[in-house]
Design a protein around this ligand. Structure first.
Ligand code: MTE
Length: 313
């Protein structure tokens, strides 16, 4: 069945910065002393906690100010809780411990790991990444977590595995949105194995030097900053390796609007939103969107042999 549903994802007019007020900002990734100093100030407030602490990896600088923590933790997309943005209170119902993650499918040894056991097997670090939603809002977040290459090491995919499927928790008791029959729960998303092996692909366990909040996808979420935010599934309970390309929750509902690759590109509009620019949550300026969200140097090569695919939807 082809259900077309409005997502309630639009930013209200009142949140959109008037064009005249838009300040020309550098949109390419790069270093800036002022930004680095601002970033460091945030790091020094880092709290030690499972999933929350790790040294900053200086290779990844967003070239933008970090979004205020209160904005990044109170303006969310999480349909298991609500179709609106103001769901952080409701998300506190989600219990983040005990928590297990199943790793299965085409792997050397399928396993069910307690999240804290998994955390002991990986080296946590902090990366400041841009985060761009297809609804054209954006944030800059200091995530703590580990590169997806670490997941590949822990899982040991078989050579025939081509894709990874990420499955989010779907618990009717704790998540009111999951009681809605309108969505084909659970939320699933996926990446190709070579995308996962890329340096930028990340799994987050914390943000702002603290363990990840329930509303932002705690205790474990995907973080793929060169793709639209819907690719980054929250509250992971299963990670499966397969040779079949997965069809995500959004693609099942509306394949004309949501594809598998979903790489950020200002030149390819979504049917409901131009992707030419984006509004920065927390300060409300609008800036130009850049291809691969600024991560082209790291990821563009992944798509050289895939030009016939719909890479940007
Ligand atoms: N993961 C699950 N399980 N459920 C969701 O509704 N929304 C996605 C993604 N991951 C979503 C999800 C979308 S559309 C975006 S833009 C980001 O989460 C938002 O992440 P944030 O709330 O931490 O900013």
């Amino acid at each position: 069945m082809h259900i077309v549903r409005r997502r309630g994802w639009e930013i209200p007019e009142s949140r959109v910065t008037p064009e005249a007020a838009v300040i020309g900002r550098r949109t390419l990734l790069g270093t800036s002393l002022a930004l680095s100093v601002a970033n460091m100030a945030v790091a020094q407030t880092a709290e030690v906690g499972p999933g929350g602490a790790g040294p900053r990896n200086p290779k990844y600088l967003a070239g933008r100010d970090i979004t205020p923590e209160t904005a990044a933790t109170t303006y969310n997309n999480y349909y298991e809780f609500s179709e609106g943005k103001n769901l952080w209170r409701s998300a506190q119902q989600l219990k983040l411990r005990p928590w297990t993650v199943v790793i299965d499918g085409m792997v050397a040894k399928p396993q069910t790991l307690d999240i804290d056991t998994l955390l002991k097997q990986v080296k946590l670090e902090e990366r400041i990444y841009r985060h761009r939603c297809v609804e054209r809002w954006a944030m800059t977040v200091p995530w703590t977590g580990f590169p997806m290459t670490e997941l590949l090491r822990v899982a040991g995919p078989q050579p025939s595995a081509k894709y990874i499927v990420f499955e989010s928790l779907a618990d009717k008791k704790m998540m009111p949105g999951v009681r809605s029959p309108l969505y084909p729960w659970p939320y699933i998303e996926g990446v190709a194995i070579d995308e996962a092996a890329n340096d930028v692909a990340f799994l987050s366990t914390g943000m702002f030097g603290k363990p990840l909040t329930p509303q932002n996808g705690g205790p474990l979420r995907v973080t793929l900053p060169w793709k639209y935010g819907f690719k980054s599934a929250k509250a992971l309970v299963r990670i499966s390796f397969t040779d079949k390309r997965p069809v995500s929750l959004w693609e099942q509902i509306n394949p004309d609007e949501y594809g598998f690759w979903a790489n950020v590109n200002p030149g390819v509009a979504h049917p409901r939103w131009s992707q030419a620019d984006e509004t920065l949550i927390g300060d409300e300026r609008t800036v130009k969107t850049v291809i691969y969200n600024g991560y082209g140097d790291f990821v563009a090569g992944l798509y050289d042999g895939r030009k016939s695919e719909k890479l940007f939807t």
